[in-house]
Design a protein around this ligand. Structure first.
Ligand code: GLN
Length: 251
């Protein structure tokens, strides 16, 4: 069985170990005999998404977001269509912000986003830095089973951003903040869940300490390709320990 992951702008968007999310997805697939091929796509590269199962974008500073803005807008139409058709996407911080309508920088410049999800981001005056614990509001699939087996319904990670993201009406967050700032430090929300897109401010990298989310993403990609079977259970005792340690320390 094979899946293909497109890593978008790996050379520009890779903060705080974001690449570790790709490694985690690859490892968790490999342990189940699923071959996850990783293809890197950057500035000027053609992005044809017919073969893509998962798209990953990491975080970047305002500077990098500015650099790739124009390139991204040339890819926006294809991306939007693919997302509407169920492409699985994990987008972190700067990458997450790019899915929205725009990012307004501190000097008032609006960097247009992909316009795929009704959200927008405004640069704030203060940096929101620190550990985050968030309660997951909605695991779409096998929620009861996940909670039962893994007993994790929180996400943990690290945030460092000044952008404040606001979700449009009817757009669902990924989670509710228990500790930290999340989307904007005001409304208690963290990230976004839209179709098969997961957007979040959590670095760390996110997935090694949140194996339940990694599997949710793999499951969504398999389902979209018509593979309907239960993922083999893995020994996640170390991952769960790491997760629980953070909840215990900061929760
Ligand atoms: N430029 C964004 C901000 O500071 C994203 C930062 C990040 O990806 N960590 O809000």
């Amino acid at each position: 069985m094979k899946l293909v992951l497109y890593h978008l702008y790996p050379d520009l968007l890779d903060l705080y170990g974001d690449r570790g999310n790709v490694l985690t997805l690859k490892a968790r697939c490999r342990w189940r005999n699923i071959d996850l091929e990783v293809r890197q796509v950057s500035l000027g590269d053609d992005l044809s998404l017919e073969e893509a199962d998962i798209l990953f974008l990491g975080g970047g500073s305002d500077r990098e977001q500015n650099i790739l803005g124009r390139d991204l807008s040339s890819k926006a139409g294809d991306l939007k269509q693919a997302v509407e058709e169920g492409l699985v996407v994990l987008a972190i911080c700067g990458g997450y912000q790019l899915f929205g309508q725009y990012y307004e920088t501190a000097d008032g410049k609006k960097i247009p986003g992909l316009g795929i999800i009704d959200l927008y981001t405004v640069a704030g005056r203060k940096r929101m830095i620190g550990n985050v614990i968030a309660q997951v509001t909605d695991f779409d699939q096998n929620k009861a089973q996940l909670e039962d087996k893994v007993k994790l319904n929180t996400l943990v990670g690290f945030e460092n951003h000044s952008g404040k993201t606001y979700l449009g009406p009817g757009i669902k967050p990924l989670a509710k903040i228990v500790k930290g700032y999340g989307n904007n430090g005001e409304d208690g929300l963290e990230g976004v869940r839209y179709k098969n897109v997961w957007g979040t401010y959590l670095h760390g990298p996110l997935l090694p300490k949140n194996p339940h989310l990694a599997d949710e993403i793999i499951r969504a990609a398999l389902k979209r390709r018509g593979y309907d079977f239960e993922l083999a259970e893995l020994d996640d005792s170390l991952e769960i320990k790491a997760h629980s340690a953070i909840v215990g320390r900061f929760g």
